[in-house]
Design a protein around this ligand. Structure first.
Ligand code: OGA
Ligand code: MN
Length: 281
């Protein structure tokens, strides 16, 4: 009998998975249970030992098809679906741009027509303090909106761009090929979860440029209002990292951000896998 336990955080979102033998994750009943838990809790924290890139890819595959991420320079080499995210703070200013960009609330991959449905991060090196990853429950944020706001945003669509002047930080440079692969795309402002029909706000403070069919000033005011709503702590939960953790979140109904508050020069290195998604509706 399995001793696997799904322990909710009792916070805004998330559950901790205890007693999982990671080598058993591909068993259909285990994969189905974890998949269901991800849809319910939107974030799973799975403690364990550090994995090789091959093991991380196979582990992530229990949640769907791993897919290769846009920025080629991050690919791990041996296993193309596993990228390496080095967010170590460098005194000489050479810190990777994506680490700083992740400081504000975002959902991964929304600059694609078909964004990744989930992201798995696996910690290899973590700093001695700080560097928590925060999550925002966008299903709860949508449900808590005043009815008048829900009616106002129902059916609105928005432009997501690789970069926007609304974002606090500039993104990593792309190669010519990567630029050609990332034209602006349009997504609904409210997204319906394909597994359970539940609605969530679909925002990204790093990519969301404007609302289709609105003047810039009106669009900025509405996006600022929705952003202020999502910044309320009642929707948030922080994951505090231990080496070897595997953390997976549902990009369709959450945003996340990292606290860039850890000591200079202390390594912060994660393996990262994106899971193939579906077109937002
Ligand atoms: C990411 C991300 C945050 C972190 O990998 O998409 O935003 O805590 N990471 O490293
Ligand atoms: Mn991210």
């Amino acid at each position: 009998m399995s001793t696997l336990r799904i322990v909710p955080t009792n916070a805004a979102l998330g559950a901790r998975i205890e007693g999982l033998d990671r080598t058993q994750i591909a068993r259909p009943e285990i994969a189905a249970m974890l998949h269901k838990a991800l849809g319910d809790h939107l974030l799973l924290e799975i403690p364990g030992e550090p994995m090789t890139p091959q093991q991380t890819r196979d582990f992530a595959a229990a949640f769907g098809a791993p897919r290769i991420q846009l920025l080629r320079y991050k690919h791990s080499g041996e296993v193309p679906e596993v990228s390496v995210m080095v967010s170590t703070l460098m005194a000489d200013g050479t810190t990777d741009k994506t680490a700083l960009r992740a400081e504000d609330w975002h959902t991964d991959d929304s600059y694609f027509q078909t964004p990744a449905k989930a992201t798995l991060l696996h910690s290899i090196d973590i700093p001695s303090r700080g560097g928590d990853t925060w999550f925002c429950n966008m299903r709860a944020a949508y449900e808590a909106l005043p009815e008048a706001t829900k009616r106002r945003i129902d059916g609105l669509r928005a432009i997501h761009a690789y970069d926007t002047s609304r974002a606090r930080n500039r993104p990593s440079a792309r190669t010519a090929q990567e630029i050609a692969e990332t034209p602006d795309v349009e997504h609904p402002l409210v997204r319906t979860h394909p597994d359970n029909g539940r609605k969530a706000l679909y925002l990204n403070f790093n990519r969301l440029d404007r609302i289709v069919g609105m003047e810039r000033a009106e669009s900025d005011a509405l996006l600022d209002e929705l952003a202020a709503h999502c910044r309320k702590p009642e929707f948030h939960y922080a994951h505090k990292w231990a080496v070897g953790d595997a953390v997976i979140w549902d990009n369709r109904a959450t945003m996340h951000r990292v606290d860039v508050d850890y000591p200079m020069g202390e390594k912060r290195v994660m393996q990262r896998v994106l899971i193939e998604g579906d077109r937002p509706f």
